[in-house]
Design a protein around this ligand. Sequence first.
Ligand SMILES: *[C@@H]1O[C@H](CO)[C@@H](O)[C@H](O)[C@H]1NC(C)=O
Ligand SMILES: *[C@@H]1O[C@H](CO)[C@@H](O)[C@H](O)[C@H]1NC(C)=O
Ligand SMILES: *[C@@H]1O[C@H](CO)[C@@H](O)[C@H](O)[C@H]1NC(C)=O
Ligand SMILES: *[C@@H]1O[C@H](CO)[C@@H](O)[C@H](O)[C@H]1NC(C)=O
Ligand SMILES: *[C@@H]1O[C@H](CO)[C@@H](O)[C@H](O)[C@H]1NC(C)=O
Length: 416
Amino acid sequence: MASAKTTTVVFSVLAIFAVSYAHNITEILSSDPSLSQFSSFLTQTKLDDEINSRQTITVLALDNAAMATLTAKHPISVVKNLLSLHILLDYYDPKKLHSIDNGTVLTTTLYQTTGSASSQEGSVNITDLKGGSVGFGSGAPGSKLDSTYTKSVKQIPYNISVLEISAPIIAPALLTAASSDVNVTGVLEKAGCKTFASLISSSGVLKVYQSQMDKGITIFAPNDEAFKAKGVPDLTKLSNAEIVSLLQFHALSSYSPIGTLKTTKGSLPTLASGVGKYDLSPSAAGDSVTLHTGVDSSRIASTLLDATPVVIYAVDNVLLPVALFGMSPSPAPSPDSDSPSPAPAPEADSPSPAGTPMSSPPAPSSSESPADSPADSPAGTSADENTKNGGNERRVPAMFIAVGLSVVSGVISLVL
Ligand SMILES: *[C@@H]1O[C@H](CO)[C@@H](O)[C@H](O)[C@H]1NC(C)=O
Ligand SMILES: *[C@@H]1O[C@H](CO)[C@@H](O)[C@H](O)[C@H]1NC(C)=O
Ligand SMILES: *[C@@H]1O[C@H](CO)[C@@H](O)[C@H](O)[C@H]1NC(C)=O
Ligand SMILES: *[C@@H]1O[C@H](CO)[C@@H](O)[C@H](O)[C@H]1NC(C)=O
Ligand SMILES: *[C@@H]1O[C@H](CO)[C@@H](O)[C@H](O)[C@H]1NC(C)=O
């Protein structure tokens, strides 16, 4: 009796701590070896993070033979585009497939959220065919329903459904979307990030970015408004080396699409890391991701390009690294009425009300995240739990110890 209760307590405590990810697609797929290639490519393209971080989702899985036809013909960036067309942002279990209103529907996919798709080419047509089978095809006009439902893999009602289909869904427009030669400045200029584009060209940092593009890179580009904002330090007062560091601080040496940033805990090194503090800590609240530098923070405004292994985001603010701006450059350097740029005060102020804590950047790295996360995290949602732990891994063990103690006390009280 007591042991049954004990088990219940232990399991319910464990369950509470298992919710930090909505689901784990890798684990779900591991039950079926014929889906191992599909699973492996979700991991390589980081679509697994994207799936795991979403609440309501349907994954249309392909068996190893179907995957082989895709991967033999296309580079990884195209494979990623095509696989993201197999991730539906709605819940379809086998029963719902057979009870679609009027027998046909266009449903939104993950590909549509990358910003590179028109609404039709980013959607999938599901049609209930005669004789009990269900067909799948691209939502682009004139597409055939080349794929059919074969079997259910797993359902966790209204959260995640994994269904196997017979063949890849192909939208012709996605096949040519391979951008192995990304024109970074072209993308930036089109998106209203001209200042940043011209800074990376003139400083030579563009070459650094380019040398990283085969291995993977994530670029955070402040828009033109961001450079004009109050509190942005006067760039003409920085040395060339400092400008280079500042620009390298705006990129990661790895491919981190939005789902990956959402699930990242702790800080990420940037291309400027190595000497001094040049780390960024992401935090997520719902679908939005904010980057914290320790001096200021910025929301990620939009994804400008996601072509594995290159991703470019627009951000609202210039990111100010602790290594360059942690020493509170405030009123000191501009005593003579240099009024147009009244020092980085407004932004530097928000993370820590008094100027003093800023002047001790060598302090434990954990000191800055708690300082700035409360500023922009609207308390309450479960995503905020990650926010608060972001950049502060030391809290996690403490939490587990606390849980451990409560489990032990629960067990003891039940046994008695
Ligand atoms: C998901 O499950 C796989 C295999 O069971 C494991 O290796 C991986 O760490 C898990 N991922 C997360 C985010 O929990
Ligand atoms: C189903 O068809 C009817 C009649 O053609 C139409 O009025 C209705 O809007 C359709 N429903 C959906 C969900 O498309
Ligand atoms: C889905 O595709 C079929 C076959 O091409 C077409 O008849 C049907 O109208 C499409 N459904 C929708 C909702 O566009
Ligand atoms: C589905 O997700 C919600 C929110 O995370 C959770 O409360 C619920 O328990 C989940 N359902 C199942 C069956 O896991
Ligand atoms: C990149 O795009 C810019 C702006 O559209 C253009 O001026 C430049 O020539 C392009 N560079 C390459 C290598 O295509």
